[in-house]
Design a protein around this ligand. Sequence first.
Ligand code: GDP
Ligand code: MG
Length: 375
Amino acid sequence: EEGMNAQDLGKLLHREPAEIVKKLFMLGVMTNQNQSLDKDTIELLAAEYGIESKEKVHEDISDIDNLYQKEVEASKESKHQESRPPVVTIMGHVDHGKTTLLDRLRHTNVSEHEAGGITQKIGAYQVRVDDRLITFLDTPGHAAFSNMRARGAEVTDIVVLVVAADDGVMPQTIEAIDHAKSAGVPIIVAINKMDAPGANPSHVTEQLMKYNLIPEDYGGDTIFVKISAKTGDNVEELLQMILLQADVLELKADPHQKAIGTVVEARLSRGRGPVADILVQQGTLEVGDPIVVGNTFGRVRVMTNDKGRRVKKATPSMPVEITGLNDVPESADKFVVFEDEKTARAVGEQRAQNALQKQREKVQHVTLDNLFDTM
Ligand code: GDP
Ligand code: MG
């Protein structure tokens, strides 16, 4: 492979090629502008301009995003994939009924043996429909969805867009459509408040068609369901439609892989220390697993499902609350399971240190700016 020459380096360093040649001459390297340079020479020159060589010989095991991505890729090649429950986010304009729908779904089909039917308030929960499951992220609204996406966490498989039949398309409806589209996530339209006096679902459908959400009876492929989150009318139908959409998407994961996933929410509990609600995306997370979560690390101590029951394992698309971390991670942080605790600790500590360093640099920049401002 041809190395870089003085001309290329000049471009990179915003210097005239002639200056690069001269500099190299001073360093004892005779070259012209077009002659390709070896690695040592480039490093020598870079050092001269105060640039550290970024090239890494070994894979950086503290790069959690990379490790996570590798497992995502590995799952695509895996022959042991199994179908997994869809992960759904509910979006829509304020007051169109997102919270009411999430509350109703939370109490849908919760069987008797599941802790008396009471679902715990963790960041996500699962609903059983026949013999299948659907995972709902319990934070409606766009900020959470955008934050996840901005951090590279693609956890949502399906967006349920709630539009009030008596109010129609509003600014946040459009915003939600834009978010889902740019994420490439399919939308199911739930026309809500069908029980309300002014309900006008055909008007809502007409409005949505302008945004390319076309129901099947108009030749499109978007699923529309008319519901009332308040009375529960047709909510079961909505669940069936989510499963239908999930079938089309053929959602799969390999439960035998190394476990990876994403933090939905995290907090500090007085009695239990750092607590994280996480969503497993590949593999199976087990109690005792050494784990790195964002810039924190630990060993999964207690794992609790959305029904408040202690579990030993969590399979793909399953939300669980875990304890055992040394610090509180952030929502949208990724987690990766490690072979041994020692490595997990080393990686976690390294990441915490890097984060601290970055924070310090930021503060220093701010201080410098402030200084200039006052001059
Ligand atoms: P959010 O802002 O999207 O989370 O909306 P909420 O769930 O808080 O609902 C806003 C208001 O609409 C509340 O007063 C709900 O009781 C009401 N609401 C929600 N769903 C329905 C419905 O299906 N029918 C009627 N009539 N009212 C509803
Ligand atoms: Mg709400």
